[in-house]
Design a protein. Structure first.
Length: 387
């Protein structure tokens, strides 16, 4: 006896999108989340053009566009250089508050036929006869399913219970996010880069602007509050300070650490991980929601195949994720290495702005509409580093 064909743990973008696709394919899907929706989330609120395309494939782009603010690109500004990322004609990013995005995606899962239970805490996976056969709840109950999708975030209880977590060694950053009002909407987001971290600023509609920053853990002073650290980082980044000048002071500042996540495996008999639960490098390129939505497409396909197998193994899922994300992860690690060497980063930023091939390629890779391996081509790397 099972409580559902598929239990999806987590009602964020990855979980909701996976649930919607599986429910539309005819599966009995149960979504569990410890929060009540709409809910705030410590997350930057900028979606790349690739994420926008994924919203369109899911059928929620019109609703999302009505709640957010369109972005034509992103300005990256360091102490000594600047580069404006201009997306290809017809491609746009989107700034949208996470409560609005999450609520829309969860409603999409409901309309597809998925059952949703909010304020239900999951403590881990339930394993029987060598495979995951359900989940254990914090109140002691066990819910059984033919398959479990863990979309439960950076601190995934399901992944932890299966021994899949691998402590990230580098980069080690903490994130702070806030929303302010009183600023005129801008068609370009901003990424201000300094020696201690970076800060993104983007309009998200409704007269609000989202601010998200990543700071090296070592740069936080002992006993320093989130508000004090937030103000200190803004003061150290003139471009960020100028972008939010005149805004009302943020009412709430949310934090998360560490930002990076590693796992030993993303799938096994009866389960798979998707979204941040499956691993995350760093939010500089704004790819989190894109990985969640694209990963949901791969996850739904894999679960459908697994439900037809005796051992419930999602064969091909790990390979599909490598094909989709491995090159981007390598590019992100290269970016992190450049961020750790300010002179090199400034040099590359100036070259990106003055060389058309590099500019177009980086815009497409950052925007998630060109394969990330395009940025790793020797010709593009040479454009960035040669004098």
């Amino acid at each position: 006896m099972t409580d559902a064909d598929v239990i999806v743990v987590g009602g964020g973008p990855a979980g909701s999108a996976t649930a919607a696709r599986l429910a539309e394919a005819g599966a009995d899907v149960l979504v569990l989340d410890r929060a009540g929706f709409p809910r705030e989330k410590a997350c930057a609120e900028f979606l790349s053009p690739g994420a926008v395309a994924a919203l369109e494939r899911l059928g929620v782009l019109e609703a999302a566009g009505a709640r957010g603010a369109w972005q034509l690109g992103m300005r990256i500004v360091s102490e000594r250089a600047e580069f404006t990322v201009r997306y290809r004609e017809g491609r746009r990013g989107l700034g949208i508050p996470r409560p609005a995005l999450d609520a829309m995606l969860l409603d999409r899962a409901r309309s597809a036929g998925a059952r949703v239970e909010e304020r239900v805490g999951v403590s881990g996976a339930h394993v029987e006869r060598g495979r995951v056969g359900g989940v254990r709840l914090r109140d002691g109950r066990i819910l059984r399913a033919n398959f479990v999708v863990a979309a439960d975030g950076l601190r995934s209880p399901v992944a932890r219970s299966l021994g899949l977590e691998r402590p990230p060694r580098w980069p080690r950053r903490l994130g702070l996010v806030a929303r302010v009002s009183g600023l005129e909407a801008s068609p370009y987001g901003l990424m201000a880069v300094g020696r201690g971290g970076y800060c993104g600023v983007a309009s998200v509609g409704g007269g609000e602007t989202s601010i998200g920053m990543a700071v090296a853990e070592r740069n936080r002073r002992q006993g320093e509050s989130a508000a004090a650290l937030f103000a200190r980082v803004i003061a150290s980044l003139p471009a960020a300070g100028a972008a939010i000048q005149g805004a009302a002071r943020p009412a709430t500042i949310r934090g998360l650490a560490p930002l990076a996540r590693r796992v030993r495996s993303v799938a096994g008999p009866g389960y798979l991980l998707v979204g941040d639960a499956a691993g995350f490098t760093d939010p500089f390129t704004g790819e989190g929601v894109y990985r969640a939505l694209r990963g949901a497409e791969l996850a739904a396909d894999a679960v459908e195949r697994a439900l037809g197998r005796f051992d419930r193994s999602p064969v091909g899922y790990e390979a599909a994720r490598r094909e989709a994300f491995a090159a981007k992860e390598l590019a992100c690690l290269g970016l992190q290495a450049a961020l750790a060497a300010p002179q090199l980063f400034d040099h590359c930023l100036r070259r990106a702005g003055s060389r058309d091939r590099a500019s177009r390629t980086l815009a497409g890779v950052f925007g998630d509409y060109l394969p990330a391996r395009a940025a790793l081509r020797p010709s593009v790397l040479a454009d960035l580093v040669r004098p």
